[in-house]
Design a protein around this ligand. Structure first.
Ligand code: 5GP
Length: 190
């Protein structure tokens, strides 16, 4: 997605050879027009898959997942990161390490919002090592639902997450692929 590449070049801040700060677009502020454009692209890529629900992990995936769900005209379910007193005791949970926070968090989805009849499109913001995505994929599999694919806004190709998930047989589509952040320079994969 060329417009997204342009915005990443203009607004992304390379924090280290591994980390790209995208607060202006994804992780702090949301540009509604650009986000709806991303949602349209994911909806186009998975249009023929009979998606019944879009699923993401709170919080940065929610805006783009909402845009995708809006376009596909299906509900959006976001996995919650903490167990709350109001949570369903029978919820599906996984423990995942957090790339940016350096801590382990629990993600959960209530069985009420994911069922064996569902065809799930999983949307996320950025994929690095793939821990968060693998955790949510396990939840989807345990629910009995079918995972039709995973759409990520930014794939960091120099980290193993996307590759290992594709090797699991999951269809993974990314809007932008970043090959390297070395030397403070954002290099896209062609
Ligand atoms: P993973 O579990 O794939 O290692 O990391 C996934 C999550 O960590 C993403 O959903 C994203 O929120 C965060 N993350 C990973 N790499 C980056 C990065 O380079 N920049 C930012 N802003 N977040 C990242």
């Amino acid at each position: 997605m060329e417009i997204l590449k342009k915005r990443i070049l203009e607004e992304g801040i390379v924090v280290s050879d591994q980390v790209l700060k995208l607060d202006g677009l994804l992780n702090h502020q949301v540009d509604p027009e650009l986000t709806m454009e991303m949602g349209r692209e994911f909806a186009r890529l998975f249009a023929d898959q009979g998606v019944t629900r879009v699923v993401t992990v709170e919080s940065s995936g929610i805006a783009v997942a909402f845009a995708t769900a809006c376009e596909l005209k299906v509900p959006l379910v976001f996995a919650r990161r903490k167990k709350t007193l109001l949570a369903d005791p029978d919820a599906l949970c996984e423990r995942v390490p957090s790339f940016t926070k350096g801590i382990v968090t629990d993600i959960m989805i209530s069985r009420q919002f994911i069922s064996p009849e569902d065809k799930i499109l999983f949307i996320d913001d950025i994929i690095a090592n793939g821990d968060a995505a693998r955790g949510l994929i396990k939840i989807i599999h345990r629910s009995g639902a079918e995972l039709v694919g995973l759409g990520v806004v930014v794939e960091k190709c120099f980290e193993a997450g996307a590759r290992t998930i594709r090797e699991q047989g999951v269809r993974l589509e990314s809007l932008v692929k970043i090959k390297s952040l070395a030397g403070g320079r954002i290099e896209f994969e062609q």
